[in-house]
Write a new protein. Structure first.
Length: 299
């Protein structure tokens, strides 16, 4: 198990969350990575004494489509900054009657319908197959749900568990698709979290999502089909609720620093023997593989 005593928490803010006002003494870091530049600068500061790194997923002015988000660079940068717990704050549509706009969901499963995303950090002569059976870290999700339940303002409701359908976008779903996803038992729909969670697992980061419901997508007879206006209106209310929840979460994370199966996800996932990995690939993956294979090039 890695040493978590100095590990940081990462927060990736999605639609509507472009900064955390209370991030004390935030320092801005402009990083380059072997996988390109992250979505924006990374803001490094403390929340409740917990070292926290914030990144706006779509850029602070929301300039990146879901498929244009540099997911690999974002996750690599987080890991480089010793982030080992990663929280996504995201806007989602509801696929179930009981999940209402302004409710919050901490999902525990995914169905992936994306087509144009990076699948992996691996390839180019290095093969790894991580487990995604439980794509969200159960312990981190539990702490996030506890924080949300105790710190969310009145008028919001929390739902633990549920399946996040990750679609390609950027257009919202057709009604037939929305009804299909409902028939599959999905809870919420968004365009980002699966890609991020899959890469976070390969980077050995524990991942959890605070999914904030902004609309009923387009399946509900009594509600208009989702529009950006609807999403943004509900997001503003939801974004205000985020900071007290994150503050509460940081208190428990700082106290518990929970280990996660995700922190050793590569232990039994790497197939290619290091001596058969091309040097360029080995160097690019060094951040993730060095605890198993030693540093490359050697220090
Ligand atoms: C602005 S509505 C669609 C957009 O919002 C969600 O983004 P994020 O997950 O980053 O909060 C959804 O996934 C879409 O990208
Ligand atoms: N209905 C919806 N579909 C996909 N992504 C969303 N983000 C917020 N609402 C959404």
């Amino acid at each position: 198990m890695p040493d978590l005593s100095n590990a940081r928490v990462g927060v990736i803010g999605g639609s509507g969350l472009y900064a955390i006002p209370g991030l004390d003494q935030a320092e801005e870091l402009s990083l380059d990575t072997p996988f390109g530049r992250p979505s924006d600068v990374l803001r490094l500061g403390t929340l409740q004494d917990m070292e926290t790194v914030f990144l706006a997923r779509h850029g602070r002015h929301h300039q990146l489509l879901p498929r244009e988000v540099p997911y690999q660079a974002n996750i690599w940068a987080m890991r480089q900054l010793n982030v080992r717990w990663l929280i996504s704050v995201s806007a989602v549509g509801s696929l179930q009657e009981h999940l209402r706009p302004r409710d919050m969901v901490v999902p525990d499963q995914f169905i992936d319908r994306t087509q144009q995303r990076p699948q992996s950090f691996f390839g180019d002569g290095c093969v790894a197959h991580v487990s995604l059976a439980d794509p969200f870290c159960p312990r981190l999700s539990e702490l996030l749900a506890e924080a949300a339940a105790s710190a969310m303002p009145a008028g919001h409701h929390l739902h633990r568990g549920g399946t996040y359908l990750c679609m390609e976008g950027p257009a919202f779903s057709t009604r037939a698709e929305s009804l299909l996803y409902r028939s599959w038992g999905c809870s919420v729909i968004g365009m980002t979290n699966h890609t991020e969670a899959r890469l976070a697992r390969e980077a050995e980061l524990a991942y959890a999502s605070l999914s904030m419901v902004t609309d009923f997508d387009c399946w509900h007879n009594d509600h208009d089909a989702v529009s950006v206006e609807m999403v943004v209106g509900n997001l503003k209310a939801n974004a205000v609720a985020t900071e007290p929840i994150l503050n509460r979460l940081m208190l428990s994370l700082n106290e518990q620093r929970p280990s996660s199966a995700a922190h050793t996800a590569l232990a039994d996932a790497l197939i290619t023997a290091p001596e058969h990995v091309p040097p360029k690939t080995r160097e690019r993956l060094n951040l993730f593989t060095r605890s198993y294979w030693g540093s490359f090039p050697q220090d």
